[in-house]
Design a protein around this ligand. Sequence first.
Ligand code: NAP
Length: 545
Amino acid sequence: MSTTAPTPTHQTIPNPNVDFDAIVIGAGFGGLRMLHELRQLGVSTRVIEAGTNVGGTWYWNRYPGARTDSESWVYAFSFSKELQDDWNWSEKYPSWSEALAYLQHVADRFDMRKDIQFETRVIAANYDEVAKVWRVTTDDGETQSCRYLISATGPLSTPYKPDFAGIDTFKGDWYLTGRWPKEEVDFTGKRVSIIGTGATAVQVIPLVAQTAAHLTVFQRTPNYVMPARNAPMTEFELKSIRANYDRIWELAREHVFGFALEPAGRNGADVSPEEAQRILERHWEIGGFRFLFETFDDILINEDTNKLVANFIRNKIRSIVKDPKTAELLCPTCHPVAGRRPPLGHFYYETFNRDNVSLVDVKDDPITEITERGIRTASEEYAADVIIFATGFDAVTGTLNAMNVRGRGGAALEQKWEGGPQTYLGITVDEFPNLFMVGGPQSPFANIPVVIDGCVDWIGRAIRHLRDNELTTMEANADAVAKWGVHMNDLVNATLMHQAKRSWFMGDNIPGKAHAVLFYFGGAGNYRKECLGAAERDFEGFTVG
Ligand code: NAP
């Protein structure tokens, strides 16, 4: 294996006023991609990472069954042909350990670790207006300065655990999926309870059911779970993917959700009801997000097409789950298909046919407390030896808000975002000069490597622009930020997504969190064009100086 560090396209210019030109927070997909870009620019960089290793989401979310929901060949970096050629994915949807091994391989292959400070958490970042530098304080008591502060903390990095009374009295063990221990957890012979039925729980449930004495699933809102249809990658597939990578990335960059897929080329109303069923049936067998994106192009915008697909999935649930009462409880009725992020399942519905699995509906009988013995709802107590909280994340803004970031005049990011995030392009914030975000709020919800690539490319252009013009700072204008916010609402309101209740896309999953659209829902391709447009129009919407 060769360790090819990229050749900088610019010479590093030592800056005596700062410890590093750039500090990047996080060493997951976003942080590693950003580090690579900055090195190419010759920008001295320190990456600060809380974990003991690279990996981000795959470092923390090592729960049983965790695996990607994106097809492996587009859940990867596109910046190096050699990297594409030397990595072999073993499965269509790699497990967390394979995704983590990939990111570790990237860190080693490009000799990135020397620029990463592990086991260190950023606890504050203050902008010094006089020196025009950021001062970043970490939990080891150190403060380091930089010209550019770049967050790559990921949209799902602060797990959420409901504040149930009595958790301290519980005599068994409990786990939070987003902070799963490194040691293997053995469920053999145990009564396990899991709270949640989102994308995480949908992956955990079939795995834990295999060894637990009994698994009780506490469901508040059912989701539309589509079969993933995971399979090993064959030599032939790997070869043809490698041969077509240029086209694959071209497609992924244009696709609404960043996948290497062509539009279906038809809407629900274009075909007869019988043909619609055949199309849906065929794609249900193919599996994954292809079921959504290769069937009809108007699922997210047309109520009739959405209902057609919703009915199809409900009928599938009824045909798979043998107990009719359980099947009905698993049928979603409160939101449109893809109104909330649809999970991919690996024999999810089939798991409810096992004798050792039961479903508890807590929609109208909510969990009221954790007791010594288990979980109590308003009407009953359920005994458990182990409780798993698969209860989601304080998504997108949670980690940034907790970092105590202060910009010009001491403006606090958390306070500024009390009513929801305010950004321009999902990358910059007014009052926060030279703060850039990779995959930040109001950037697209899509296959994350594609989103990251667009953001990193843009940040690279911004830094190059500053340097080539001997400028020091770039700050979004308040009116550009306000317009971007209106644009976010217009985009989501043009889809059926705004109808979804308690969606983490809107911050509604966290009690007390502001209801605000957290993503750009205009498509990854359009987003890239909007960002490039602003850069090409001489960084329109920014004040540089
Ligand atoms: P989530 O979708 O927010 O689901 C959290 C679950 O916990 C929901 O079922 C929620 O019920 C339930 N819950 C929360 N508080 C509760 C309470 N007090 N009582 C009962 N139930 C409660 O979180 P997630 O499953 O971790 O998924 C979040 C996102 O992570 C996904 O949408 C996806 O984007 C990403 N993810 C990706 C992958 C992958 O790509 N492989 C895998 C896993 C997750 P309600 O629905 O009623 O609120």
